[in-house]
Write a protein that binds this ligand. Structure first.
Ligand code: PXL
Length: 282
């Protein structure tokens, strides 16, 4: 039977982030996607003059309808959420559908390069901590890990020892698997460093760095990890697949002289994603 996965985040019409990346990646893995948009934006917030239709008031009625229909989900992935109230309403989804074997993956999207995104504040960070407590896996970047733990932001070139301190702080927030994404590892590669509290074990993996930074790579990583995990790859392998695919998309964008400056060429690398998803299961 095809597995159904619920994902709750914004729909940016142009921007290659959130739902526009995550729906195709999950579908490519053969999963049925239940996509709940928290808002529709004309573009992501890197642009100015963005038109936004906020859908906060629609979240509870959507959840209630899902409940009446008796829908169940193999996984739930949450991404960019625009307000404290949205985080609260998303917790209600996890409360309703995140029970039993359902894997709950929270990407606490709110900051980059040591700075909160526009519109977010300390109160939002506190609310995000509550959402994280309900997750099986969390996928912050270095900036988000620092904000969530209250530790100083160590910079993008933080050592693995500093990242491990952040991971120990994150562990206290309650998710059994905490993974810092976009991590610069001590051997010069870029990937992830995670801590599995149940096995008391660090997980790390990196690929060759590409001198190109883009919006939406964290969302792509989270969507790919979820796709691989729900395709029955073990957690560590799913994280590696996410790392390999995200890196390949960044590389493809870097090599494309006509690339747009607001997102990565993830579409062109979907055949590679399919190979990654197949290979590791054999
Ligand atoms: O990629 C994170 C993200 C998602 N959605 C919107 C954003 C951003 C980052 O800025 O603006 C609307």
């Amino acid at each position: 039977m095809v597995k159904r996965v619920l994902t709750i985040q914004d729909l940016s019409c142009i921007g290659k982030c959130s739902l526009t990346e995550v729906i195709p990646v999950l579908a490519a893995a053969g999963l049925e996607v239940a996509a709940v948009p928290t808002a529709v934006l004309s573009t992501h917030t890197q642009f100015s003059g963005v038109h936004i239709r906020d859908l906060t008031d629609d979240l509870a009625p959507i959840r209630q309808h899902f409940e009446r229909e008796g829908f169940a989900f193999a996984g739930i992935l949450t991404g960019y959420l625009g307000s404290i109230r949205q985080v609260d309403l998303v917790r209600d989804f996890i409360h309703s559908f995140g029970t039993g074997d359902t894997k709950v993956i929270v990407d606490p999207v709110m900051a980059d390069q040591g700075k909160l995104y526009r519109g977010f504040d300390e109160a939002f960070v506190d609310e995000m901590k509550e959402l994280i407590a309900a997750a099986d896996v969390i996928l912050p970047n270095v900036s988000e890990a620092a904000l969530l733990t209250g530790l100083p932001y160590p910079g993008e070139n933080a050592s693995e020892a500093q990242l491990k301190e952040l991971l120990q702080g994150l562990k206290e927030l309650g998710a059994p698997l905490c993974v810092i994404t976009g991590a610069h590892l001590d051997d010069g590669s870029i990937g992830f460093l995670g801590y599995d509290a149940e096995e008391d074990r660090y997980l790390r993996f990196g690929t060759a760095p590409v001198p190109f930074v883009s919006h939406g790579t964290g969302d792509l990583f989270a969507g790919t990890f979820t796709a691989a995990l729900l395709s029955d790859h073990p957690c560590e392998e799913a994280l590696q697949i996410a790392s390999e695919y995200t890196s390949a998309c960044i590389q493809a964008t870097y090599e494309d002289p006509d690339h747009v400056n607001y997102g990565v060429n993830f579409e062109s690398r979907i055949p590679y994603l399919l190979r990654l998803l197949e290979h590791s299961t054999e």
